[in-house]
Design a protein around this ligand. Structure first.
Ligand SMILES: Nc1ncnc2c1ncn2[C@@H]1O[C@H](COP(=O)(O)OP(=O)(O)OP(=O)(O)O)[C@@H](O)[C@H]1O
Length: 350
C-alpha cells in the first residue's frame, strides 16, 4: 500500500533524512519510531505530499506522491502534530467542511460525518464549538477529520502528545480499531505506543532507518542478551566452572554491585537465543551446595533495542520481506557481540 524507496531530504544544507526505504502492507499499523529530530515529521510530510523530497520515491496505492499528489491526497488522512482545526466551528460543521474539501459527494457527506463521529466517539460533541473541547477531544476531532473521507491510508504524527494517561489509552484504542480497514503509519518517539499499537516498527535515527521488523522480532534479534542474574555465596570463577558446560549457557560473568553483604556475589548468566537453561542452572547450583539467594530473569525489551539503535551507530537486519536501503549495513554479529553492554535489564523508563 505504501512503498518508500531511497528517500532523502536536505533542507538548505541540513540533511534531514537519508536513503529511507520501507513498506507498509494493506491493513497494517506501522510504528515510525525515532528520537527527537530523527526525521519522522519530514518523512510524513513527504508522504502526504506537503513537502517535496530531494531524491528517492514514495508511492501510495501505486500513485507517486509527488507526480500524482491530488490522487494521493484523496487517499490519505493526515493528522499532523498540531491538528488543523477551526476553533470557532462546531465539531459537526468542521467535519462537513473537511468532507467537502476532500471531495466527498454531497449525498454521502452526512453519512461520512456520522461514521467519523461514531468511530471517534464524539457524536455527543457534534454541536460543541471546537475551542470548548478538552485537548483529548480535540485530538479525536483531529482523527475524525483524517478519516472523514474514508481514506485507505492514515498518517498520524505523534497523536498522543500532550494527552493525559486516560486520553492516551482512548486514542490508542481508537487507532487500533482503525487498522484492518485502513493502513496506518503512526509516527512517535514514545516506545509503549509502538509495542501497544503497532504490528511492525521502523526505527529511524539521525535520518536513517536502522531497523524494520515486528517488535517481537526486533527483541528476538537482540535476544542473545537474555539470561539470568544470580546472587550466590561463591565467586564468579567457581560458578563459571559449574555452569559454562550446561547447554544453552553462553557465558557467565560477574556484575559489580556494592550493596551486597560480604561473601555474596552477583553473577550474570547470558543464555543462547531461544534457550531456557534456568532449570538446569538451579539444579547444578543446588547440587553443588551453592547458596542461591536470588535468581531473576533478564529480558531484552523493545526499549533495549531502541536505546541500542538510537544511541549507537548500529543497524539491525531488516525483515527479509523488506526492500533494502542502499545504506543498510546489517551488523547483527556486531550487535550480538555487544549484547552484554548495556546491561540487558537496564533501559529508559516507559
Ligand atoms: N524546515 C526546516 N528547515 C531546516 N531544517 C529542518 C526543517 N525541518 C526539520 N529540520 C531538521 O531536520 C531534522 C529532522 O527533523 P524532523 O522534524 O523531521 O524530525 P522528527 O523526528 O519529526 O523530530 P521531533 O520528534 O522532534 O518532531 C532535524 O535536524 C531538524 O532540525
Amino acid at each position: 500500500m505504501i512503498e518508500v524507496e531511497h528517500l532523502s531530504k536536505i533542507y538548505g544544507s541540513t540533511p534531514a533524512i537519508h536513503d529511507v526505504t520501507f513498506r507498509v502492507e494493506p491493513g497494517e499499523i506501522l510504528g515510525f519510531l525515532g528520537p527527537n529530530g530523527a526525521g519522522k515529521t519530514t518523512t510524513m510530510r513527504i508522504l502526504t505530499g506537503y513537502l517535496p523530497a530531494t531524491s528517492g520515491t514514495a508511492r501510495l496505492a501505486g500513485f507517486d506522491v509527488h507526480e500524482s499528489s491530488m490522487e494521493v491526497r484523496q487517499r490519505i488522512g493526515y493528522l499532523p502534530e498540531t491538528p488543523p482545526l477551526y476553533p470557532e466551528m462546531t465539531v459537526e460543521s468542521f467535519l462537513y467542511f473537511v468532507a467537502r474539501i476532500k471531495g466527498v459527494e454531497r449525498s454521502d457527506r452526512r453519512n461520512r460525518v456520522n461514521i467519523a463521529l461514531e468511530r471517534c466517539n464524539i457524536a455527543d460533541k457534534r454541536k460543541v464549538l471546537i475551542h470548548k473541547l478538552s485537548k483529548g477531544y480535540r485530538q479525536r476531532v483531529g482523527i475524525a477529520q483524517a478519516i472523514v473521507h474514508d481514506p485507505p491510508v492514515i498518517i498520524l504524527d505523534e497523536p498522543t502528545v500532550g494527552l493525559d494517561p486516560r486520553q492516551i489509552i482512548d486514542v490508542r484504542n481508537l487507532i487500533k480499531s482503525l487498522a484492518g480497514e485502513h493502513t496506518i503509519i503512526l509516527s512517535t518517539h514514545i516506545l509503549p505506543e509502538v509495542s501497544m499499537t503497532c504490528s511492525r516498527v521502523a526505527i529511524i535515527n539521525r535520518g536513517r532507518i536502522v531497523a524494520t521488523n515486528s517488535p517481537e522480532n526486533l527483541v528476538a534479534q537482540l535476544g542473545g542478551g537474555s539470561g539470568y542474574e544470580l546472587e550466590v555465596d561463591r565467586d564468579v570463577i567457581e560458578v563459571k566452572n559449574l555452569l559454562q558446560v550446561l547447554p544453552g549457557v553462553r557465558f557467565v560473568e560477574a556484575v559489580a554491585e556494592n550493596y551486597l553483604p560480604p561473601n555474596r556475589h552477583l553473577i550474570r548468566v547470558v543464555s543462547e537465543p531461544g534457550t531456557e537453561p534456568g532449570r538446569d542452572i538451579v539444579a547444578v547450583l543446588v547440587g553443588a551446595g551453592v547458596g542461591l539467594y536470588e535468581m531473576r530473569r533478564n529480558r531484552v525489551s523493545l526499549e533495549n533495542v531502541f536505546l541500542e539503535l538510537t544511541t549507537t551507530e548500529k543497524t539491525l537486519e531488516s525483515d527479509p520481506s523488506e526492500p533494502r536501503s542502499q545504506a543498510d549495513s546489517p551488523v547483527l554479529a556486531d550487535t550480538q557481540a555487544n549484547v552484554s553492554e548495556p546491561h540487558a535489564g537496564e533501559g529508559a523508563q516507559s
